[in-house]
Design a protein around this ligand. Structure first.
Ligand SMILES: O=P(O)(O)OC[C@H]1O[C@H](OP(=O)(O)OP(=O)(O)O)[C@H](O)[C@@H]1O
Ligand SMILES: O=c1cc[nH]c(=O)[nH]1
Ligand SMILES: [Mg+2]
Length: 225
């Protein structure tokens, strides 16, 4: 069975998403181009979510010449985007171009790289800051993080997002690059989530980095190492 058959994962299929991801994977791509690539990917993924998951309605439109029936996307006022600091910041900047009226939440989450992975392939995650909007049952919640590696970060983030809140109408976990381990872990713990990703890569290395991946997304976008 493929990983998509074993989980709720599906691929963002837009050719420009694959093009942009391939450019930012390149080790020669420097900070500014890398960050701009993540912004562009976020915008494309946002449009893909609208295309695949949102309803439209017919509306009367009066053009300068005549009256006609037009079409509008519904539900754009019920979008919540969660930014997993820090690597998701440029990704969310792009998503906001598709969802300019989204309510936003922020969670600062970091893997304890020094502690390393435990025997279950999980990292300890430190959460330093959480500020979330109230979620309603009408909302579509998009939790954005460009990298889904072991899934440790996303599971802790989803615990925070969903605790003491009504279940949203739809829940998307949006990533640029995912590893099979992370998709399996998040799918198992949060079967209600749709996992959207531009690529499902091969495996994790011994340090929990996605291979082939793109390296450390936060460091490359923020110019740190
Ligand atoms: O699936 P996981 O194994 O948990 O790894 C994925 C996490 O790792 C990266 O964040 P990192 O901890 O490097 O923080 P940063 O965004 O500040 O670089 C990435 O942005 C994810 O949040
Ligand atoms: O490959 C990886 C894994 C976790 N975080 C990253 O930024 N890259
Ligand atoms: Mg990082």
């Amino acid at each position: 069975m493929t990983i998509e058959e074993r989980t709720n994962a599906s691929l963002v299929t837009h050719a420009l998403a694959r093009d942009t991801l391939s450019r930012i994977r390149d080790v020669e791509t420097q900070q500014v181009s890398f960050r701009k690539g993540l912004v562009k990917l976020g915008r494309i993924c946002g449009y893909e979510i609208i295309d695949g998951a949102m309803e439209t309605e017919y509306v009367p439109v009066r053009t300068p010449l005549t009256e006609m029936t037009g079409e509008r996307v519904t539900g754009l006022e019920n979008i919540v985007i969660i930014n997993v600091l820090r690597a998701a910041t440029p990704f969310v900047e792009g998503l906001l171009k598709a969802f300019p009226r989204a309510r936003q939440g922020v969670i600062s989450a970091g893997r304890d790289e020094e502690a390393g992975m435990n025997e279950r392939g999980e990292f300890p995650i430190s959460i330093d800051y959480v500020k979330l909007p109230q979620i309603t049952p009408e909302d579509t919640v998009i939790v954005a993080d460009p990298m889904l590696a072991t899934g440790s970060t996303m599971c802790v983030v989803l615990d925070h997002v969903l605790s003491d809140q009504p279940e949203p109408a739809k829940l998307f976990v949006l990533s640029a690059v995912s590893a099979p381990d992370g998709l399996l872990r998040v799918s198992e713990q949060f079967p209600q989530a749709d996992l959207l990703t531009v690529a499902i890569d091969d495996h994790l290395d011994e340090n929990g980095f996605i291979v082939p991946g793109l390296g450390d997304a936060g460091d490359r976008a923020f110019g740190t190492d």
